[in-house]
Design a protein around this ligand. Structure first.
Ligand code: ATP
Ligand code: MG
Length: 560
């Protein structure tokens, strides 16, 4: 038994951390949350008032008295409570939206600032689920669940006191449902949390699959994998349904137990009231108050118990969001060295994604203005070396120091990317216009700067021949352009930065030899000459390079 209790509270540290996190996030919304709560409380008091006015009405009518004024008062209170309810709904919508956006933006920024290698451990579909579904659950929890719980608790106390004023025995009897609700909630809590996590995990898998198969629809079609994909989708849906049903079943058992207890409570109040009327101890009006108030004491207890799954869902989703917030942030210097003649010195560099090292005690210096080709077999670690220089991960051993011709230096860090222009391997264009894509390289680039970059990337002629020129809209991953055209736009995006340090990772692999050489020659003729690292598998490129470095057996070797 002790073990069971321990297990239940074992997760308490996490839960309280999640709660603290929620409270911290709710702080800016406290005035609105208080307003929602006050409106809820006012509605509660209005409804207690309605049962008392109802009693007056019945008593007056059965005594043959005038009821017109009481009816008018009743109508007025109904109208007021409706107005409160409308205002409350509106405020809930606003808080919900603002709160959700607040967290979403914060988590999104956090994801962008996270160490790349760490964030890549999550599937984009999973990140999307956390940013949308989980954030939605938490926002809904804050804007409606928490004020509702406080309001229900106040409603419970107020109605209990009113009922006790008329008959304390009945008031106590109406609380019988409380321990049943408490026990079933405790019993449910832990199980529901696990199920809720499973539901969200299966949601993540489901979304990841949909997102990935839609992004790669060409592969699905090429391999005639439509049926396979549909079957996988159904299987993932079934998995999600399985956990959803399990969760619902558990909730259903608890609510049936409580529903039955509720019915018995009502029947008991009815029977007790009837006996009192037959003895002449109470009026019909008091009987009506009994029945409504018993309802109103038990109602909040049941509603509170029913909020348990929601609280559990909020805590589970908070945990999934906090997981992202705990990810290590990138190291970022506050200021860069001046971007004049940038070189980089790599010393005793060792790194592996797993325990197996990709680079071991590597030493190299890329001097200002030098063109260096980095060659080596596929999978040997060329892109990895670039990732380390770009500080996409900081788990490497050894040192990577940038320096400039003025004698200043700084270690590889996220801010150093400001003086680097990078053309990654593969198609990395965004959907949108060509202009938007190029401006990603330099947000305030002028038309002339963009044209110059396009010329440098041998893309000017083809872009200008498009009916809408720079405003031509391209699809995801450069859809609408050929592979080589997309690559040239990616090069223009990097060139527009006019950065003193340029990295081209097989950036010209889809270009014909002539165009490739034209691009490289153009870059070579820049003044001042940038420092350029060029990963390539093509020998013809080497003629433009001052040096050739080969990666082999986890080491860097100078070939030229
Ligand atoms: N995110 C990752 N997690 C684990 N291992 C990785 C990851 N990225 C790359 N690797 C491994 O690291 C090694 C080096 O990969 P890298 O991408 O640097 O090769 P490369 O020399 O650029 O190859 P290519 O010429 O094919 O582009 C490979 O064995 C690869 O399997
Ligand atoms: Mg590579």
């Amino acid at each position: 038994m002790l073990d069971k209790i321990k297990r239940f509270f074992g997760d308490w540290e996490n839960q309280s951390r999640y709660m603290k996190w929620l409270i911290r996030y709710s702080k800016p919304y406290i005035p609105q949350l208080i307003l929602i709560m006050l409106l809820g409380i006012a509605t509660t008091f209005a409804s207690i008032g309605l049962s008392l006015i109802g009693k007056e009405m019945i008593d007056k009518a059965s005594g043959g008295g005038e009821v017109m004024n009481t009816v008018l008062l009743y109508v007025l209170v109904v109208l007021i409570s409706q107005v409160f309810s409308v205002i409350s709904t509106l405020v809930v919508v606003i808080v919900n939206e603002k709160f959700a956006f607040g967290i979403r933006k914060q988590v999104y920024t956090k994801v962008l600032d996270t160490n790349w290698l760490e964030i890549m451990k999550y599937h984009t579909g999973d990140l999307m689920t956390r940013l949308t579904s989980d954030v939605g659950i938490v926002a809904e929890g804050i804007s409606s669940t928490i004020p509702a719980i406080i309001r229900l608790s106040i409603e419970l106390v107020a109605t209990f006191c009113t009922l006790a004023y008329f008959d304390w025995r009945l008031a106590c009897a109406s609380l019988v449902i409380a321990p049943i609700a408490a026990i079933s909630s405790l019993w449910l809590g832990k199980r529901l949390k696990l199920l809720q996590i499973k539901v969200q995990e299966s949601e993540s898998k489901y979304r990841s699959f949909v997102q990935e198969s839609l992004a790669n629809i060409l592969i699905v079609k090429s391999f005639c994998a439509e049926e396979y994909s549909e079957n996988r989708l159904t299987a993932l849906r079934d998995e999600r349904l399985h956990w959803m049903l399990k969760k619902s079943r558990m909730g259903l058992v608890a609510s049936t137990v409580m529903g039955l207890t509720f019915q018995f409570g009502y029947i008991a109040a009815f029977a007790w009231g009837s006996i009192c009327i037959s003895r002449g101890e109470i009026t019909f009006g008091t009987m009506s108050v009994f029945l409504t108030l018993v309802n109103r004491v038990q109602g909040p207890i049941i509603a509170l118990a029913e909020y348990i799954p929601k609280i559990v869902a909020v805590l589970a989703s908070s945990g999934r969001i906090i997981d992202l917030q705990k990810l290590p942030e990138e190291e970022k210097q506050t200021e860069n060295i001046r971007p004049e003649g940038i070189g980089v010195k790599v010393e005793q560099l060792s790194f592996g994604y797993t325990e197996e090292l990709v680079l071991k005690d590597a030493n190299i210096e890329f001097r200002p203005g030098e063109f260096t080709a980095i060659v080596g077999e596929s999978g040997v670690g060329k892109t990895t070396l670039i990732r380390l220089i770009m500080a996409f991960t900081n788990t490497a051993m050894g040192s990577i120091q940038f320096y400039n011709s003025l004698g200043e230096c700084e270690p590889a860090n996220a801010k150093a990317r400001e003086f680097i222009a990078y053309v990654p391997q593969g198609n990395t264009l965004f959907s949108g216009s060509i202009r938007e894509n190029i401006r990603m390289g330099k947000l305030d680039a002028t038309e002339e700067e963009m044209y110059e970059a396009l010329r440098g990337a041998a893309a000017y002629n083809f872009v200008m021949s498009l009916p809408k020129g720079l405003d031509t809209v391209i699809g995801e991953k450069g859809h609408g352009l050929s592979e080589g055209q997309a690559q040239r736009i990616a090069i223009a995006r990097a060139l527009v930065r006019k950065a003193p340090f340029l990295i081209l990772d097989e950036a010209t692999s889809s270009l014909d030899e002539e165009t490739e050489l034209r691009v490289l020659e153009g870059i070579r003729n820049w003044t001042p000459a940038p420092t350029c690292l060029l990963i390539t598998h093509r020998r013809s490129v080497l003629q433009y390079c001052d040096r050739e470095i080969q990666i082999q057996n986890r080491e860097l070797k100078e070939l030229k």
